[in-house]
Design a binder for this molecule. Structure first.
Ligand code: NDP
Length: 281
């Protein structure tokens, strides 16, 4: 079997075009503010990509770049100012933050109605309760990729590798809310390979280059690779050994060009969702 490739880049491009049309028809411009603290080069690339994509979609986007030595109180003051600013619909604080700043204190300070990353406990609680809210971008993007591929989670055995608050946990909840039977695996899981082999839908969000081997993948399984890692030769690779897994899977996302572009598309969609919800109520 040779797996079908799930092209996240193409799907994200289509969704961004549709969103730009929706935004152009609005009587206002949804506002996104990305806050970056310090000079981490990887964060710089992510922030620039988000800002460019937001502008292309017609959003009013701005990056606020603060120095590495910014204190927690100074960052909280910026977040509070953005919470109060009526022109701002979405606030994203780029992670990681420098060590003098407590990440939780900052994420908790963002107005849940403007929390387009979906990391505020109020939005996490809504997801847990199966209520509407702002959903973290990467797992939301995975659900859209599954939908596009015609894969229904209902009744399916899904295995999620990873339990971070950013990807793994919300991913498991979204699949559960979509009626999958979900196993969440992590670094303490015994016999990871056996757990993976039971999956009809396998989502890998671990951050270990090519951890998941071909013989961990059940015949015909849908494999979604969230991981972004540098391989030994410097190439970007996922958590899944792509060539090996493709020989077993029914469908698989590539790295790059799979989940990554969907994350950005969903950030833009969350911003428009937040803008419409704030004005509705
Ligand atoms: P974290 O480091 O926060 O979480 C990793 C998870 O994987 C943890 O739950 C950890 O278990 C588990 N884990 C680590 N090692 C193993 C192992 N050997 N076997 C089984 N489980 C293991 O990472 P993130 O969730 O933030 O990100 C995961 C990956 O996804 C990274 O490569 C990241 O770059 C990528 N990513 C990609 C995005 C995209 O847009 N495509 C967006 C966000 C992330 P435990 O809890 O026990 O420690």
């Amino acid at each position: 079997m040779t797996a079908r490739i799930l092209d996240g880049k193409a799907l994200a491009a289509r969704r961004r075009t549709a969103l730009a049309q929706q935004v152009a028809a609005l009587p206002f411009r949804p506002g996104l503010r990305v806050v970056r603290v310090g000079d981490d080069p990887a964060s710089g690339v992510y922030v620039r990509n988000k800002d460019r994509a937001a502008r292309e979609a017609g959003l009013d986007s701005e990056t606020i770049h603060l120095p590495e030595a910014t204190t927690e109180a100074e960052l909280l003051a910026v977040v509070h100012r953005l919470n109060e600013d009526p022109a701002v619909d979405g606030i994203l604080v780029q992670l990681p933050l420098p060590p003098q700043i407590r990440q939780d204190a900052v994420l908790d300070a963002v107005d849940p109605a403007k929390d387009v990353d979906g990391f505020h406990p109020v939005n996490g609680g809504a997801l847990l309760a199966g209520r509407p809210g702002l959903v973290p971008c990467t797992p939301r993007g995975v659900m859209l990729l599954l939908e596009e591929a015609g894969v229904s989670p209902r009744g399916a055995r899904a295995v999620v590798l990873g339990r971070s608050t950013i990807v793994g946990r919300p991913m498991s909840l979204l699949l559960l809310n979509a009626d999958a039977t979900v196993t969440t695996a992590h670094s303490r899981t015994r016999d990871l390979a056996a757990e993976c082999r039971r999956a009809e839908i396998l989502v890998c969000a671990v951050g270990r280059a090519e951890l998941v081997r071909g013989d961990w993948v059940a015949p015909g399984a849908i494999v979604i690779d969230v991981g972004i890692n540098r391989g030994a030769d410097g190439r970007l690779v996922g958590d899944v050994a792509f060539a090996e897994a493709s020989a077993h899977a029914g469908a698989i996302t590539p790295v790059p060009g799979g989940v990554g572009p969907m994350t950005i598309a969903c950030l833009l969609e969350n911003t428009v969702q937040a803008a419409l919800a704030r004005r509705a109520g």
